[in-house]
Ligand binder design. Structure first.
Ligand code: SF4
Ligand code: SF4
Length: 503
């Protein structure tokens, strides 16, 4: 059991989330009632009312690019391959024009850190707008509710239908809802799996019933999860599962925009006639119609103050503004505002230490990320000495070492590489002595490697025995693209020779 606000206060009478009871005048005392949350109670189904308004439209406009992006991106191709493809089998992540390899994991980690900081910054600035406008849980739940609304009707009709005994009409409506939910969930699951398996092949395999067991398993699993999250659990995910709701308050300050009810203006709340002079009644602007509660997807009453359940969707603002318009009162009884504005009447402040701090860190991280990405070399080489033999003396009087050279072309185009070797000192500076010739390189000096391919080859180094100056020399292998000289990588290995007192 979780008690908030005032532990000494008496618990309020249980409130039916779906009640549209207009009741009598409530007092300010009522608003201070504590909120009791029993983790073991059966979740009450929330029947949201559909009311058009500015924030509802804004949400729809925010959803369109997100949904279009999610469903269409896997179908885009670049140079004949899927534009965004997390190829787990080959351990390569293709993200448009960039291919990330396991070696590039720090880039992915950096991307996650940047996303987290972007979320912190936006939360400090605009509260939980991510939850209300962009979170997949909110978007998918909104679509599921729209489907329900389409087949079963608006709030009151849905409440009535659920209370009715089963009939042909009820079975038909409920079946249609479930059919649409499952179909939409299946498309969602299939698209998700399509980010990991080429989606065109996936859909074609599904069509010809030749889909692999693993792909089918993951598709069905994500179908079930989507259906359960958006169809059954809905706001329960936000209330009990999502960790973000728990720590969002850490990012808030008194200048964060939050959805708030203006208590000074709204109280004492109570019903009145539309043309009644408010000064005669002694009431505030809130007519206690409870429309703000009826539209709320998490079923809370924003008039009770800021609650962690509030996802800042703004639907209660739309509902209340519609009521204010009807009553010929100014809008904004519920509005996006700040604690500072409500308490001290000061306007929105951009320049505040925490926000400046978040912005600075975010800008720094983004700049570093872009810089690192721009200097990233899409070529990896690895050189391994033949450990079975330190060196080999040839009949021609040469000392020879063998190496396994591995070239990994991490670019998105084929490269022709040239390979060369030079002796170096430990810090990588050229160590070719005036009296010695550089090492003789025996192996392919030019090699073509296709995009995303790794090749391995055996190479040898030789030096005339009389020219050996030391028994252990650092040698640098240089691999450079002949077409793009900036694509170059080097690795230092050792050349071992017999120890001689004369050196
Ligand atoms: S209180 Fe208002 S803003 Fe918060 S979740 Fe409910 S409807 Fe959305
Ligand atoms: S919608 Fe506005 S007027 Fe109606 S109960 Fe909510 S705050 Fe009061």
């Amino acid at each position: 059991m979780n008690k908030r606000d005032n532990k000494d206060a008496e618990p309020p009478p249980a409130r039916d989330k779906n009640s549209s009871d207009k009741g009598g005048a409530k007092t300010a005392e009522h608003n201070e009632a504590i909120h009791v949350l029993n983790l073991y109670q059966t979740a009450e189904k929330i029947y949201t009312r559909r009311l058009e308004g500015f924030y509802r439209s804004l949400r729809r406009w925010a959803w369109i690019p997100m949904l279009a992006g999610y469903f269409l991106i896997p179908w885009l191709s670049i140079d004949g391959r899927q534009a965004v493809w997390f190829d787990l089998a080959e351990r390569k992540f293709h993200i448009f024009w960039i291919t990330l390899w396991p070696q590039d994991l720090p880039f992915l980690a950096a991307l996650l850190i940047i996303s987290a900081f972007a979320l912190f910054t936006i939360t400090n600035l605009l509260g939980r707008v991510w939850c209300g406008f962009s979170c997949p849980q909110t978007v998918w739940t909104g679509i599921f509710i729209a489907i329900e609304d389409w087949f079963e009707g608006d709030r009151n009709k849905r409440i009535k239908l659920d209370a009715q005994p089963w009939s042909v009409d009820k079975i038909a409506r409920k079946s249609a809802v479930q059919l649409c939910w499952v179909s939409f969930s299946f498309i969602t699951g299939l698209t998700f799996v399509g980010y990991f398996n080429p989606i065109r092949e996936l859909v074609s395999d599904l069509f010809y019933l030749s889909i692999s067991g693993a792909a089918l398993f993951w598709t069905l699993l994500f179908t079930a999860l989507t259906w359960a999250n958006a169809g059954l659990m809905r706001e329960q995910i936000c209330l009990y599962v999502c960790p973000y709701a728990r720590f969002q308050s850490v990012m808030f300050d008194s200048d964060t925009l939050i959805v708030s009810y203006n208590q000074n203006r709204g109280e004492v709340r109570g019903p009145r006639k539309a043309n009644q002079d408010i000064r005669e009644t002694g009431l505030g602007d809130c007519v206690d119609c409870t429309l703000c509660v009826q539209v709320c997807p998490t079923g809370i009453d924003i008039r009770d103050g800021l609650q962690y359940e509030c996802i800042s969707c703004g639907l209660c603002i739309d509902a209340c503004n519609a009521v204010m318009e009807k009553m010929h009162y100014p809008p904004g009884l519920i509005d996006f505002t700040t604690e500072n504005t409500l308490k001290n009447g000061v306007g929105f402040r951009w320049l505040r230490p925490r926000l400046v701090g978040y912005f600075s860190v975010l800008a720094l991280l983004c700049s570093l990320f872009v810089y690192q990405l721009s200097v990233r070399i899409p070529l990896e080489i690895d050189i391994i000495r033949d450990r079975s033999m330190l060196y080999r003396a040839t009949p021609e009087g040469m000392i020879e070492n063998s190496y396994q050279l591995k070239i990994n072309n991490m670019d998105q185009q084929t490269h022709q590489y040239s390979i060369s070797v030079r002796p170096v000192v430990e810090d990588g500076a050229d160590n070719t002595s005036e009296k010695t010739e550089p090492f003789i390189y025996l192996g392919q000096s030019q090699v073509e490697v296709a995009e995303g391919e790794v090749i391995e080859m055996l190479v040898r180094l030789q030096i005339p025995e009389q020219q050996i100056e030391q028994s252990n020399t650092a040698v640098e292998f240089i691999v450079v693209s002949t077409t793009t000289p900036t694509v170059k990588n080097t690795e230092i290995s050792r050349f071992l020779a017999p120890a001689r007192a004369a050196y």
